[in-house]
Design a protein around this ligand. Sequence first.
Ligand code: SF4
Length: 314
Amino acid sequence: MDKIPIGISACLLGEEVRHNGGHKRDAYITGTLAQYFSFLSFCPEVGIGLGTPRPAIRLISSDRGIRAVGSKDSSLDVTEQLGTFSQAAFDKIAGLSGFILKRASPSCGMERVKVYNEKNMPDPVGSGIFAAEVMGRFPLLPIEEEGRLGDPNLRENFIKRVFIYHRWRTEYLETLTVQKLTEFHAQHKLIFMSHDQNQSRALGKIAALANKDNLASVAEEYISLAMKTLKVIATRKNHVNVLQHIQGYLKKQLDGDDKQELVEVISRYHRGELPLIVPLTLLLHHFRKSPNEYIQQSWYINPYPEELKLRNLV
Ligand code: SF4
């Protein structure tokens, strides 16, 4: 498998670009994720010519809006430079399928970055200047912070979004036809159901409207709603609905004991006693004996490489 290109704050790869000359190498990113993702690194503060080491900067609220200024010397204002750097990076970012940002940074932080008021009191309500520009320009791009990747649900959600967005960009978007849009929806429908059943139905209706004259606009509407739907964390209740739906494809193949065992395992998953991988493994065991084309083609079964073990913890 070719590695998926994603952007990253350079300090997370171990590059010594922080204001103090240090780095924030992240072992999960550089160890596990590096086996599947190739990284294009950005350090906006180094990119605008601030050296390493350099004065720390922070966000302040002012009558000119949020500004990025020196923590000790507020006459050092790099807001415009950071904006210009970000916009110059857009061409490169357009070729990426995800982005991992450094939390809490006045340049890279995705959310809850401290913004200081005129009384020098911090309020965690901001986004870094670079992060805000990237999120504004690429609203569909899966973006996450390294700190949040420690949460199994957020990690699973982000990585799944990267794989799906990458598939859309590289295997569908350029060569899209009405048939391919229908196929994409059929293969991802169960995933959408696990995130939001109503949105999954809405996506089906949008895909069904496509014809060769309106394909571009329908596809845009479809993928916008799809990526928004995937941002919602999939709940156990929704997964249970999907698992029961999948079980329905086996109703003629399973005997009473097998059915009872599946019901019990899905209930235990619902109660939080088992991770998602357990009912899925049991279902797959039955589908190996009784293959079903729709289930085989669904990305719900294997949305990312199994070795990532993401479903062992959710
Ligand atoms: S958080 Fe962003 S700006 Fe700060 S050192 Fe890391 S990459 Fe550079």
